[in-house]
Design a protein around this ligand. Structure first.
Ligand code: TRP
Length: 326
């Protein structure tokens, strides 16, 4: 029997789940490959580092969960849970912090970035990677698929695991590997820059139809007259169309734009329809879930029970080796 591989990913609930999130951290995880056991959690402890309003944090937590469920995340092969429903992670985080050199955290890019930008610093921003290490090490994870911005955090988790194991001369923690998917492209936002909440250029996965249309119609394009042939490469409209259209539709779209006689206004309407139709089969389910949080809670709590069944024995082993219990 071949061994199953355990993979984990976390998504921070901040703002609406948008199509940048969809392609980077949702779509690749909806249907795990055979032989892979996935853990997928909503990192609401981590959101507290930047979100100081309770209502929006809570709303976003449900929004992420409803989005994943509506899009059909495979619950037979994925343990889906909310980070705060597994309090073991907070205890482990404290224990791990005692095995984390200050220098390791001082070198973290995300932290250095916050310093450079003159953000209000607090200890949570500094120890963010320790909590992230606890997320990973609690479950004997083999692989953590991450974008390049998070790779260093997984390496820090590896270092912390190594320090702990070394201190007690035992392999308590499995060393996780970051897995960077080089093929994940950068999703352009409304202004052509990378789609990101911090740039205010996002399109929600379940953006309302009216608002979706308005946003797409406002995307800047060049002023080539309607009759003239248009180059589509490098345009935001085409880059987005390429993500959502079928291969045939993309070819056809490009051909008609290249021929001339089709204006950007028309192109935008086609993009709008294409994006609307892409997510429309899932929208009703999403709205039903969002209307009553009880079904989401039920699924998340069930996931948390499965996660805790893995977390408890690990934490128990840690408590024993450090001398908290016999
Ligand atoms: N830090 C990740 C992000 O901002 C979210 C996250 C928290 C995470 N804990 C994790 C990702 C553990 C992978 C593994 O995107």
């Amino acid at each position: 029997m071949s061994e199953t591989k355990r993979r984990l990913t976390g998504i921070k609930p901040t703002g609406v789940p948008h199509i940048g999130n969809y392609f980077a951290s949702i779509k690749p995880f909806l249907h795990p490959e055979p032989g892979v056991e996935s853990l997928y959690f909503i990192a609401n402890y981590h959101s507290l580092t930047t979100q100081r309003e309770g209502g929006p944090l809570l709303h976003s937590t449900y929004d992420v969960a409803a989005t994943l469920l509506a899009l059909g995340i495979d619950l037979d092969h994925t343990v889906l849970f909310r980070q705060t429903d597994v309090p073991e992670v907070a205890e482990l985080s404290w224990i791990l912090s005692c095995f984390t050199g200050m220098g390791l955290l001082e070198r973290a890019h995300a932290y250095k970035d916050a310093v450079t930008k003159g953000r209000d610093l607090h200890a949570g921003l500094f120890t963010y990677p320790v909590l992230m290490a606890a997320d990973i090490l609690l479950y004997d994870i083999d692989e953590v698929p991450v974008g390049s911005d998070q790779k260093q955090h997984v390496e820090i988790a590896r270092d912390i695991a190594g320090s702990f194991n070394h201190a007690y001369g035992q392999e308590i923690f499995k060393l996780p590997n970051p897995k960077i998917d080089e093929t994940v492209m950068i999703i352009p936002g409304l202004d052509g820059k990378k789609m990101s909440k911090s740039y205010g250029n996002v399109i929600g996965i379940f953006e309302e139809e009216k608002s979706l249309k308005k946003k797409i119609m406002a995307i800047p394009t060049d002023s080539t007259p309607l009759e003239e042939p248009k180059r589509v490469e490098g345009s935001t409209i085409f880059s987005l169309f390429e993500l959502f259209g079928t291969d045939d539709a993309i070819l056809d779209f490009k051909k008609r734009m290249n021929q001339g006689g089709m204006g950007w206004g028309h192109a935008k309407v086609e993009l709008f329809e294409c994006m609307r139709d892409y997510f429309s089969p899932y929208r009703q389910h999403y709205e039903t879930l969002m209307a009553s949080r009880s079904e989401i809670d039920r699924v998340l709590l069930e996931g948390a029970e499965r996660a805790r069944a893995m977390a408890r024995p690990k934490l128990q082993a840690v408590r024993q080796v450090v001398g908290f219990s016999s």
